[in-house]
Design a protein around this ligand. Structure first.
Ligand code: G3I
Length: 328
C-alpha cells in the first residue's frame, strides 16, 4: 500500500513539490500530486522571465492556472521567485540604449515589479522566495556579483523584502539559497538574516534549497538548521529537495545504479530524521520535481534524484522517508 507522504508528515511539516506546467495539465500526474503533497511551487512559471512581458506589463495566465488548481484542491502555493540573478530578462536592468540603468531607476522598477506581482497573488501565494541565491562565499563581502548587486549594492535585499511586505502583509517572506550547509556560506547567510531581522526588515524565514547528493555530509545540514533557527523569529522551509546518486563530477551512469539507489534510500531517511527533529522551526519540505526523469539534474547527465521513477514507481528514496524498515 502506498502511504500518502503528506499524511505521514502531517504532525511535522507540509510536504511540497515543484511542478512544471506540463505536469499541471496532466490529470494522471496531478492525481499523484494531490495524493502526496499539500504544497506546490511552480518550477519556472512564476519567475520574472515567465511573467514579465515589458515594464509594468505581465502575463499571469499560466501562473494563475496554478493558483486556480491549488484553490480548488485546498493546496498551498509557494511563490518562486522575485529577485534573482537568473531567469530575469536582461532588458530589465538596461535602458533603451542597452546601458545599465542607475540605482534609483532599478529600485523603482523593482518596487513596481514586486508590488504588481505579489499584489496580483495576494492571499493566494502564502509564502514567497523574495530573494534567491544572493550569497557567494567567495566574494570578500559574501554577496554575489549579480546585476542587482552591481547596480544597487547589498541594500537591494532589504528593499525587496520591504516591497513584498507592502504588497501582501500576510505572506511569509523567505531568503532562499543552495548549499546553505556549507560552513562559509552558512555563516554569511546567518549574519545577513540576523542583521536584516535586527533592522526590522520584514523577513520570516530561510529557505534551504537542499540540492544534495548521496555523499553530502548531513551533519553540516543539521548545523545549519540549528544556526538559522537560533535567530529569533526565523522559521525554516526546505524548498528544493533532490539527491543526486553521484559522489563525483565526472561519471555518468547509463541506467539506474542499484547500489546508489539503496544508499539514496538510507540517506533520505537520515535527512528526514534530521528534519523531523527540528519540526518546531521547519514548516515545509518541498521536493524539486515529481519524478526522476523530470528533474533539472538530468539537464547535464543521467540522474535519479527524486522519490519516484519515470514509471511513477516509488523508489527506495520514498521508502526511506515513509517506511525505512523495508530497505534492503
Ligand atoms: O522553455 C525553454 C524552451 O522553450 C527551450 O526550447 C529550451 C531549450 O533549452 O529551454 C526551455 O527553458 C528551460 C527552462 O528550464 C524550462 O524548462 C531552460 O533552458 C532551463 O535552463 C530551465 O532550467 C530551470 C533552471 O532553474 C534555470 O535556472 C530548471 O527547470 C529549474 O528546475 C531550475 O530551478 C532552480 C531554482 O529555480 C532555483 N534553485 C536552483 C534550481 C535548480 O537549478
Amino acid at each position: 500500500e502506498i502511504i500518502d507522504l503528506k499524511d505521514k508528515y502531517k504532525d511535522n511539516f507540509d510536504i511540497g513539490v515543484a511542478i512544471p506546467y506540463k505536469v499541471l495539465i496532466n490529470p494522471l500526474e496531478m492525481k499523484m500530486v494531490e495524493k502526496h503533497f499539500n504544497s506546490i511551487t511552480a518550477e519556472n512559471e512564476m519567475k520574472p522571465e515567465s511573467i514579465l512581458m515589458d515594464l509594468g506589463s505581465y502575463d499571469f495566465s499560466v501562473a494563475d492556472e496554478y493558483i486556480e488548481y491549488a484553490k480548488e484542491k485546498g493546496i498551498k502555493v509557494r511563490g518562486h521567485t522575485l529577485v534573482w540573478h537568473s531567469q530575469t530578462p536582461e532588458w530589465f536592468f538596461k535602458d533603451e540604449d542597452g546601458n545599465l540603468i542607475l540605482k534609483n531607476e532599478l529600485l523603482s522598477r523593482m518596487e513596481t515589479y514586486i508590488h504588481d506581482v505579489v499584489g496580483h497573488f495576494k492571499g493566494e501565494v502564502y509564502a514567497w522566495d523574495v530573494v534567491n541565491e544572493a550569497i557567494d562565499p567567495n566574494q570578500p563581502d559574501g554577496y554575489r556579483r549579480s546585476l542587482w548587486y552591481e547596480i544597487m549594492g547589498p541594500e537591494y535585499i532589504e528593499y525587496a523584502f520591504k516591497f513584498a511586505h507592502e504588497a501582501d502583509p500576510n505572506a511569509k517572506l523567505f531568503y532562499n539559497d543552495y548549499n546553505t550547509y556549507e560552513p562559509k556560506k552558512r555563516d554569511y547567510i546567518y549574519n545577513m538574516v540576523k542583521e536584516l531581522k535586527a533592522k526590522g526588515v520584514p523577513i520570516d524565514g530561510i529557505g534551504m534549497q537542499m540540492h544534495i547528493g548521496i555523499g553530502t555530509d548531513l551533519k553540516q545540514v543539521e548545523e545549519a538548521i540549528k544556526l538559522f533557527s537560533s535567530i529569533p523569529g526565523i522559521e525554516i522551509q526546505i524548498t528544493e529537495i533532490d539527491m543526486s546518486v553521484y559522489t563525483d563530477q565526472g561519471s555518468n551512469y547509463m541506467s539506474p545504479p542499484y547500489e546508489a539507489l539503496v544508499e539514496q534510500g538510507y540517506k533520505y531517511q537520515e535527512l528526514f530524521d534530521i528534519l523531523k527533529k527540528y519540526d518546531d522551526v521547519i514548516t515545509s519540505a518541498t521536493f524539486w520535481g515529481l519524478k526522476d526523469d523530470y528533474s533539472w539534474k538530468n539537464q547535464t547527465r543521467n540522474d535519479w534524484p527524486l522519490l519516484f521513477d519515470k514509471d511513477y514507481q516509488s523508489k527506495y528514496a520514498y521508502w526511506g522517508i515513509v517506511e525505512p524498515t523495508v530497505l534492503p
